[in-house]
Design a binder for this molecule. Structure first.
Ligand code: HEC
Ligand code: HEC
Ligand code: HEC
Ligand code: HEC
Ligand code: HEC
Ligand code: HEC
Length: 505
């Protein structure tokens, strides 16, 4: 009786349509079930998302398509065997129960499918834009960026805010290149380490400036840089500075300071010799109000006319200084300084700064190996050189080993070839050239202007050093820099980064 009521058009009575119906039904039910289960889960699981939003929808679609395909084949079969003559186009006769049922199922099915598709594509869109998807699906490949991101000031900003930004065209572009990247991971053809800078990153105006804008006047920031020396006492050497960030809108005044480069009043363009954009022999500044153009060239490192003509010109934007706003890979030197400052490494253990840094810089082939070897290195050093301390303060040394391993795991990723030297940070000039790519004092214009190297242009030192050697500024000018170690004032001529490379100088 019931079955009779559910009579379907005769064409639907075939294996292909039946199979399609079963596939579609089961997939739709499973998707709904997983979606509800996912809603109860406390943590988003990237693989669940991939299953619901990327693997199952095509299966559902194939199932649905099989139904009409089966019907079409059945019709041809009947025609070929000279059976009942069907008109060329499908016709629907609502007076026949089987047609009524078929139409009802089709309409209800389509309605359900549209709702599922709407929810699915909305959720799928959010999922493919989520930090979970970007940061954890390709586990090993994105691990360095994802780990560093979680330890950065932008840990609550979604990857796509910087890497895609608003608008439909970049959305489409990112999904296309994203599809290729998923392929590259599966086929294992991705570059290792992932090259930086990113070739076609969206201009900062359209990403960073959604949240920060250069017309805002930042004034000055007070920052303390906490260093510890490589001696027996691990002497702290803090440097407290006022960084003259500046900025401001030319319409309302205040266009000085570091953010001067970013003022809408000027445009800075440059040519880099290397792919990391660390070697900048040529640049051009245009004053947008007067149209005056000044070209500066590195007098020790001239480009030929030919090289200039063929070079790729880059317009300076936020990322030329803030290239590590979110993926900060600290050098062992700075990572250990941070652990000493926060007391995760106890600074009363003799020579710990040097030993911890040394244990991190060996070439390891994997994180597991590094974790083991760091423990071995530190243990064997104290066992042989400070046996008393090793015996009495065993627990503290164990804690130090843990902190050093943690510092390593957050900043160096041997499997992906990621380390501080591969990803130089362009803010400042301590471990990589940064500002000194242009401000080293060698860039001269045709009419004899030199881009400044004067220490007080960018910052004022408020205090430096510790203990008996501590100095505190008494005027706005700030202090003259004093190098903690006697190096004959070599810092006047040389860049800090020429000796401080992220390990012991
Ligand atoms: C605050 C903005 C911002 C956020 C948020 C952000 N990134 Fe980045 N990302 C950058 C910048 C800037 C670069 C370097 C660009 C350059 O130098 O060309 C970069 C570079 C990268 C690179 C290239 C390798 C490298 O380290 O230079 C990868 C891969 C990457 N990001 C992945 C991610 C992932 C995954 C997330 C989310 C977990 C994320 N990013 C979040 C700004 C951001
Ligand atoms: C979706 C909004 C958003 C976007 C896009 C964004 N940021 Fe941020 N940015 C923030 C927030 C929020 C903070 C954290 C402020 C805090 O912790 O006090 C921040 C902090 C910063 C800081 C200060 C970091 C520090 O050490 O205190 C810098 C520099 C910065 N962002 C640069 C950038 C750059 C460069 C980009 C583009 C690559 C960018 N931001 C993109 C929201 C954003
Ligand atoms: C010439 C290099 C340079 C450029 C270009 C640049 N910045 Fe900065 N910015 C700095 C420096 C240096 C600081 C000081 C803080 C520091 O040392 O990290 C800073 C500080 C900041 C801060 C933090 C201010 C605070 O209150 O702590 C934000 C946000 C910021 N910049 C955003 C941007 C954005 C957005 C752009 C692009 C429109 C940009 N910057 C372009 C060098 C630059
Ligand atoms: C691509 C080259 C380039 C880089 C990199 C660069 N600058 Fe500059 N900077 C210039 C040029 C060019 C001038 C203008 C020189 C002139 O014409 O007086 C300038 C001027 C300045 C000024 C003086 C602005 C004023 O008040 O007149 C400050 C401050 C400054 N830069 C800070 C920085 C800091 C800090 C960094 C690193 C975070 C940096 N610059 C990186 C090219 C650069
Ligand atoms: C073009 C601008 C500029 C010039 C010129 C400049 N600095 Fe800096 N310096 C910076 C910036 C920006 C930072 C902050 C970096 C950061 O926030 O990580 C910095 C950081 C520092 C620090 C702290 C570094 C750290 O990580 O501990 C010292 C010390 C310092 N500068 C000394 C000097 C001395 C000495 C000179 C003169 C030879 C000089 N600077 C010239 C821009 C400049
Ligand atoms: C000619 C090489 C050389 C140059 C150039 C140089 N340093 Fe050093 N620096 C050293 C040596 C050697 C030490 C001693 C190592 C120790 O005991 O910490 C040292 C120690 C330091 C320390 C103590 C903590 C630490 O991390 O080692 C600071 C801070 C420091 N230098 C800052 C600077 C700054 C800032 C500049 C640039 C303005 C600079 N140095 C330029 C060689 C140099």
């Amino acid at each position: 009786m019931f079955l009779k009521k559910f009579k379907l058009p005769r064409l639907a009575h075939n294996w292909v349509s039946a199979l399609g119906g079963v596939i579609a039904g089961i997939t739709a039910l499973t998707m709904t079930f997983l979606y509800i289960v996912g809603g109860f889960a406390t943590e988003t699981n990237p693989y669940l998302g991939i299953l619901i939003y990327m693997v199952m929808p095509p299966v559902l679609l194939v199932g649905l398509l099989l139904i009409p395909i089966g019907m079409y084949r059945r019709r041809r079969q009947i025609r070929m065997t000279g059976g009942e003559a069907y008109p060329a186009w499908p016709y629907i006769d609502l007076n026949r129960r089987s047609h009524r049922n078929g139409t009802l199922i089709f309409l209800l099915g389509s309605f359900l499918f549209l709702i599922l598709a709407a929810i699915g594509s909305y959720e799928g869109y959010h999922f493919s834009e989520s930090v979970t998807f970007c940061g954890t699906v390709c586990h090993e490949v994105m691990k360095p960026e994802h780990v560093a991101y979680q330890n950065s000031p932008h840990a609550r900003v979604a990857c796509v805010s910087c890497h895609v930004g608003p608008g439909a065209d970049w959305f489409a572009k990112s999904k296309l290149s994203g599809a290729y990247q998923v392929y590259a991971v599966i086929a294992n053809t991705y570059p290792n380490p992932i090259p930086t800078p990113i070739k076609n990153l969206r201009p900062a105006q359209e990403t960073c400036e959604q949240c920060h804008w250069p017309e805002k006047f930042f004034g000055a920031q007070q920052r303390q840089y906490n260093h510890f020396m490589y001696n027996e006492q691990n002497t702290p050497w803090p440097i407290n500075m006022l960084i003259k960030t500046g900025g401001g809108d030319p319409k309302t005044g205040q266009t000085a300071g570091i953010h001067w480069h970013m003022n809408i009043g000027v445009k800075v363009e440059y040519i880099a010799r290397d792919k990391h954009r660390q070697d900048i022999p040529w640049l051009r500044v245009m004053d947008l109000r007067t149209g005056r153009v000044t070209v500066y060239q590195d007098s020790n490192n001239l480009l030929s006319d030919e090289e200039i003509r063929n070079a790729e010109m880059r317009i300076m934007d936020c990322m030329d200084c803030h290239n590590r706003p979110s993926h900060i890979f600290r050098s062992p030197d700075l990572a250990v300084d941070l652990a000493l400052l926060t007391d995760r490494i106890d600074h009363t253990i003799p020579e710990i700064k040097r030993v911890a840094v040394e244990s991190m810089i060996l070439e390891y082939s994997s994180e597991d190996e590094a974790i083991k070897e760091i423990a071995n290195h530190i243990t064997s050093f104290y066992r042989s050189d400070y046996p008393e301390i090793y015996k009495e303060r065993r627990e503290v040394i164990e804690r130090t080993i843990l902190a050093t391993q943690e510092a390593f795991a957050q900043n160096i990723f041997p499997e992906m070839g990621v380390r501080w030297s591969e990803y130089p940070d362009n803010i400042g000039h301590f471990i990589s050239p940064g500002c000194m790519r242009c401000h080293a004092g060698n860039h001269v214009s045709e009419d004899g202007l030199t881009i400044t190297r004067d220490c007080n242009t960018c910052h004022a030192i408020l205090s430096q050093g510790s203990g008996e050697r501590a100095q505190v500024a008494t005027s706005q000018e700030g202090l003259r820099f004093e190098h903690p170690e006697d190096i004959d004032e070599a810092w006047l001529e040389m860049g800090c980064f020429e000796c401080h490379t992220g390990t012991a100088p």
